[in-house]
Design a protein around this ligand. Structure first.
Ligand code: FAD
Length: 674
């Protein structure tokens, strides 16, 4: 009897041990550099969004709205409604998005139409590629431009009417949108307004659905051993006691919206690693949170990066004359030049088309305005400090100031960034420019404005100057502003990894140049949007395209994450339906993603990023617009990396009415298994 009991006990122990071994083996958190073991619910519907700037807030709102619209009876049988977590390391929302001052681009918007502005998607694309030196990823630009109208108008639901439009540097057409100046003359900063609008929506209307964790820094992204992201590790700081608590949150999808690295002089500095040496002496317009956390965490689990050495220096950071050596600068918005601001060197001469792209204007300032000696009494040190700096004068008149937003101009004047001066004589005195030179410069500018052209190629002259004008004068200096590089993503916000297995070091060492993404595949359940990602802007971002990318790809990522979590049913018994999301009995509507020249393939989104269709699988395509049907073979690659997508080689399409190449992002094509 005793022996029998022992045998049974032993058998039970072996059984329990086996189950535990299997369980933990399946759920080992597979991060390089960490050995955390934890049990994590890999099939949770939770969506974790990291970063509360515009990309993160947009993704939060869109993830919720998508889930709400598709959470119907059949889905509810298999899933709970997703819980959404918005995690922010700072004590306030907003990141750099809250600092934005010029606006958000959009082509063919109703606001442009109301003002009689004729624009086109082609021209917007052209301007974006020109500014980016054609190093932009074409499919990302296509989505950015195509979705721009919807994105700009989407904000109206949060009472954000972006109907004031300016023409910023590098744009052939006025298309940078923001709110109208306020009637009471108070400042109306576009970034702060937008962030406040969506923040209020999330905190009030979504308070039961969205959990916001502030003062909480995500430290790691957790993958399972199949390579799928299953959660994050984070650290919360109690601001009073300074105590920290580390925890793990399981997630069905993680969206990175952690911003860029334009303030990253940390030990693991990305500016130092990828930027040129001289950047150390260039101030920044970014907040201290811009330390590239998302890039660092995602490359640690194998994400690919692009254009990391493309670091934008904005031509005009304000120099406060009372604090000239402060390394963090308020930005003199692009729109100040859009509304007629001109740039002068210390000798009082113009030297550039103020409406060129940022890289060209910055280059001209470095060339023409370096070596200016400034002295300033440092109160802390109690002595006068002398430094050589780069300084140009930015001068605008009252008409320009009023057209921009006199409330914001007054704010800049109050904090010592803009000096309001009556009459040209006093401007000459203030800037130490000989009065005759200054008068000659203004007079020549006015003549050029009459001719509609100047020696620097400027063809748009919003306002002329008069000598008795009220002048708005600022000292400005180029400042690190934006990082074009970041994580590789596709146009639905899926973060990509090299198809070939590579070490983290090798990823960081690969030449960070543009590619057409053919060698990349998605990391399952990891999405991204905003400045943390790269590829949209090529070598130089066009003014107003960053808020736009946050809105466009924040929405794409939020939507894709919610759809992926809800449309994928791990318990579906029919294997084909479970893995592909497609059926033999009825057509499934799929959305067109993009066409890639490099493989001559059209990409259609499967309903979830977790669905997978085998290479060479036969498929029936149906275009509901033309009622055309054709059988095709799926061109997904043999390495098993093409999750969430069906690729179809164009050369196999024989029916001219099925012109997939000309579809736009989001258009529907129906697909059935034969
Ligand atoms: C002064 C200024 C003016 C600008 N003006 C314009 C403009 O007019 N138009 C335009 O298009 N663009 C403009 N830009 C650029 C644009 O504002 C930003 O590039 C864009 O808003 C970035 O948005 P984001 O959501 O990607 O990142 P951010 O808005 O920077 O938000 C990222 C957030 O993530 C948080 N975070 C980072 N790491 C972690 C972590 N590990 N855990 C938790 N949270 C984390 C950060 O604290 C931050 O709050 C401007 C930028 C600046 C600095």
């Amino acid at each position: 009897m005793k022996i029998k009991t022992r045998i049974i006990t032993l058998a039970v122990c072996i059984l329990i041990g086996g189950v535990l071994y299997y369980y933990f083996d399946k759920t080992i958190i597979n991060n390089p550099g960490t050995k955390i073991m934890s049990s994590i619910d890999e099939n949770t519907e939770t969506i974790v969004i990291i970063g509360s700037g515009l990309a993160g807030l947009t993704a939060t709102a869109e993830a919720y709205q998508t889930a709400k619209s598709i959470f119907k009876d059949d889905i509810a049988k298999n899933h709970k409604f997703p819980k959404i977590y918005l995690i922010e390391k700072e004590k306030n929302f907003g990141g750099n998005s809250a600092k934005a001052t010029s606006g958000m681009n959009g082509a063919l918007t109703k606001y442009q139409k109301e003002l009689g502005i004729e624009d086109s998607l082609e021209q917007f694309s052209k301007d974006t590629f020109k500014s980016g030196g054609n190093l932009n990823v074409p499919s990302l630009v296509n989505t950015l431009v195509h979705d721009s109208k919807d994105a700009v108008e989407w904000f109206a639901q949060y009472n954000l009417i972006l109907s004031a439009i300016s023409q910023c540097g590098g744009h052939e057409i006025p298309r940078t949108h923001r709110q109208q100046p306020r009637a009471d003359g108070k400042p109306s900063p576009v970034g702060y307004n937008i962030i406040s609008g969506i923040k209020n929506y999330v905190l009030n209307e979504l308070k039961d659905e969205v959990t916001v964790l502030l003062n909480t820094r995500v430290k790691e992204i957790i993958k399972n051993k199949d390579g799928k992201v299953v959660g994050v590790q984070y650290e919360t700081t109690d601001l009073e006691t300074k105590e920290t608590k580390t925890d793990v949150l399981a997630a069905g999808a993680v969206i990175l919206a952690t911003g860029g690295y334009a303030h990253d002089w940390t030990e693991t500095s990305l500016l130092r690693r990828f930027g040129e040496d001289f950047l150390k002496n260039v101030p920044t317009t970014n907040g201290p949170w811009a330390t590239g956390d998302g890039v660092k965490m995602a490359t640690a689990i194998g994400a690919s990066i692009v254009n990391m050495d493309k670091i934008q220096i904005h031509p005009t950071g304000f120099i406060k004359l009372a604090d000239p050596f402060n390394p963090t600068k308020f930005l003199a918005p692009e729109a100040l030049r859009g509304y007629g601001g001109i740039l002068l060197n210390s000798a009082g001469k113009r030297f550039v088309n103020e409406l060129s792209t940022r890289d060209l204007v910055s280059e001209a300032i470095f060339k023409n305005c370096s070596g200016v000696v400034m002295r300033h009494k440092d109160e802390k040190e109690g002595k006068e400090i002398e430094k050589e700096i780069v300084r140009a004068w930015l001068i605008m008149n009252e008409e320009g100031a009023k057209s921009f937003d006199i409330g914001s101009i007054n704010f800049y004047a109050k904090i010592g960034c803009i000096n309001v001066i009556d009459g040209i004589e006093k401007v000459a005195e203030f800037t130490n420019i000989p009065i005759e030179t200054l008068k000659a410069t203004i007079s020549k500018y006015n003549d050029d404005a009459d001719k509609g052209k100047d020696e620097f190629g400027k063809t748009r002259f919003p306002f002329k100057f008069a000598e008795d004008n009220k002048f708005y004068v600022s000292a400005i200096t180029p400042s690190v502003h934006y990082t074009m590089g970041g994580l590789s993503m596709n146009s639905v916000g899926e973060i990509l990894t090299p198809r070939k297995k590579m070490s983290v070091n090798a990823i960081l060492k690969t030449p960070t140049t543009f590619d057409d993404q053919a060698d990349l595949k998605p990391i399952l359940a990891l999405y991204g949007a905003g400045e943390v990602t790269g590829g949209v802007h090529g070598k130089n971002r066009l003014a107003g395209n960053s808020l736009l990318e946050c809105a466009v790809f924040g929405r794409q990522a939020g939507r894709r994450a919610a759809e992926s979590v809800l449309y994928y049913n791990p318990n579906e018994e029919d294997e084909e339906l479970r893995t592909t999301g497609l059926s033999k009995t009825k057509y499934t509507p799929l959305t067109f993603r993009e066409y890639h020249k490099s493989d001559d393939c059209v990409y259609l989104n499967l309903k979830s990023s977790f669905h997978y269709v085998q290479p060479k699988q036969s498929l029936l395509l149906h275009d509901p617009k033309t009622e055309t049907i054709q059988q095709v073979i799926c061109s997904n690659l043999e390495d098993g990396g093409d999750y969430g997508v069906i690729k179809i080689k164009m050369s196999q399409l024989t029916n001219d009415s099925l012109n997939l190449k000309n579809l736009s992002p989001g258009d529907i094509i129906e697909v059935k298994l034969p």
